[in-house]
Ligand binder design. Structure first.
Ligand SMILES: O=C(O)CCC(=O)C(=O)O
Ligand SMILES: [Fe+2]
Length: 478
């Protein structure tokens, strides 16, 4: 079931609950109304009245006990508990928050705009409420990102104050106003603004004299003031090529060109492909409009089920989940009709032999999904180069447009490519000697809006020994 269906399920339960509760209230009110007519301090004077009073107090009374004991919520609570295992985990919420933080940092988005759902000047039909701002601020605080934490908290607190009508609801949902104050004090303490923190805390203690947590915060703060700890603020990292080229398309300042490629393979003589040369050394090209809408739809259909969190090789050369690769992916068998066509296309675009290459990998990046800067080549392990075939070329097809964010970026080359559905980016990871070319370090910038789909293929080096001999004579004697 999709997350959104779980939310509908939960809302329906809450609606059932209020309906059942309302029925109960109606029944009780009816009884009270009925009793109003009978209300009289005098003892009954006639036998009918007397009988009725005795009967009510003997029977109705027991029925009301029974009625009040019947709690409409028991079944509903167990329905909610039944879906508990499917609910997002702490890791999920941490990842969703880190997605937002990453997007904010990489694209320099002002907090108040994000809260209103404005990304890069475009208003999206959404916004955040004070509780959500608090969750983000709290998370940023835990990660010692104090300046941003304070921004999120301040925006959230302003909204809270302006939305007094919902204070009970927010409190019920675990975010009373006093939480904001406590976090504010902790952040100011960490920033070294202790007298400000103390003033705020003392005012809060007057407002909520019974709040034990404020008393504890007060002792902690007094201790910090006595010790006079340094502020924990971290230095601001200046914005660099990465942030710039994730935001705006970057092209190296060379005289490169677009052309119809008719030579990469003999097939292209009949059906040339539109090719844009992006870098000569290392060689990077972008083919435009090479995959049809229909084929893309079929590929996504094949991949849609069983997408699993993508892994990377760790230093021990074992595969593991990696916080720097927040995508879901799936390897696809090449026997299917459409995949056969994709293999043929990749062969035509690269003029390389796909034997021994890895399977196609379809990947889906959700909101905030990214792939940190990395190389695709594996590097020659200790054993001889002859029995190890590295990832010489990466071919990557964009299976979706991305409304905002999601560029592929090569920071060393100051090059970025924004996804365009149906185009293919191809680059050489190895130099002419077959060594990993570190200038090919690349990354997928965080997706801000949309669902980003790509399909990659890593083409191995050995099968190319006749199509693209590895070493030139000159190299050999270097
Ligand atoms: O999604 C991208 O733009 C890059 C993907 C990538 O680098 C990879 O899968 O190795
Ligand atoms: Fe890569």
């Amino acid at each position: 079931m999709k997350l959104i269906s779980y939310e509908h399920y939960l809302l329906n339960i809450l609606q059932d609950f209020t309906d059942q509760l309302q029925d109960k209230v109606n029944t009780i009110e009816n009884y009270l109304q009925m009793m109003e007519y009978e209300e009289d301090d005098q003892l009954p004077t006639n036998p009918i009245e007397y009988f009725r009073l005795i009967r009510r107090l003997h029977l109705d009374y027991l029925n009301w006990v029974w009625y009040l004991e019947q709690q409409p919520w028991e079944g509903l609570v167990s329905n909610i508990n039944a879906i508990a295992p499917e609910m997002p985990s702490t890791t999920d919420i941490e990842e969703a928050t880190s997605g937002l933080k990453l997007i904010q940092r990489v694209y320099s988005l002002p907090t108040h705009e994000m809260v209103e759902g404005i990304f890069q000047g475009i208003h999206h039909n959404t916004s955040l409420n004070p509780m959500e701002c608090y969750t983000i601020a709290n998370d940023l605080f835990k990660e010692k990102d104090f300046v941003f934490a304070l921004e999120w908290l301040s925006v959230g607190a302003q909204m809270y104050m302006a939305d007094k009508d919902n204070e009970d609801l927010y409190t019920q949902l675990g975010v009373p106003l006093v939480n904001f104050i406590e976090l504010f004090v902790q952040i100011q303490d960490a920033l070294g603004e202790r007298s400000l923190a103390m003033t705020e805390l003392e005012t809060a203690m007057e407002t909520w004299p019974d709040q034990a947590s404020l008393g504890r915060a007060h002792s902690r703060l007094k201790m910090s003031i006595r010790i006079g700890e340094e502020s924990k603020i971290s230095k601001e990292v200046p914005l660099g090529v990465y942030e710039y080229c994730c935001t705006l398309e970057c092209r190296p300042n060379l005289r490169l060109f677009c052309q119809y490629n008719t030579t990469a393979s003999s097939f292209l003589r009949l059906a040339p492909l539109k090719m844009e040369l992006l870098s000569l050394d290392p060689y990077v090209v972008l083919y435009h409009d090479v995959v049809s809408e229909k084929d893309i739809a079929s590929i996504k259909m094949l991949a849609q089920n069983n997408l699993t969190r993508a892994q990377t090789f760790n230093p021990n050369r074992t595969l593991a989940i990696d916080p720097f690769r927040t995508t879901k992916g799936r390897w696809i068998n090449e026997m299917e009709g459409v995949m056969h066509r994709m293999s043929q296309l990749t062969e035509d675009m690269t003029n390389l032999d796909l034997n021994g290459s890895e399977l196609f990998q379809v990947m889906n990046y959700g909101i905030g999904g990214f792939y940190g800067t990395h190389y695709d080549f594996l590097g020659t392990p200790n054993h001889s180069k002859w029995d190890f075939s590295d990832r010489m070329v990466t071919s990557m097809i964009y299976l979706s447009d991305v409304p905002l964010g999601g560029a592929t970026i090569f920071p060393e080359l100051e090059l970025s490519v924004f996804p365009k559905k149906g185009s293919a980016l191809i680059w050489y990871n190895l130099n002419h000697k077959g060594e990993g070319d570190t200038r090919t370090a690349h990354s997928a910038c965080p997706t801000i809006v949309g669902s980003r789909w790509v399909m990659t293929k890593w083409i191995r080096e050995h099968p190319q020994m006749f199509r693209r001999p590895c070493q030139t004579k000159r190299d050999r004697f270097e």
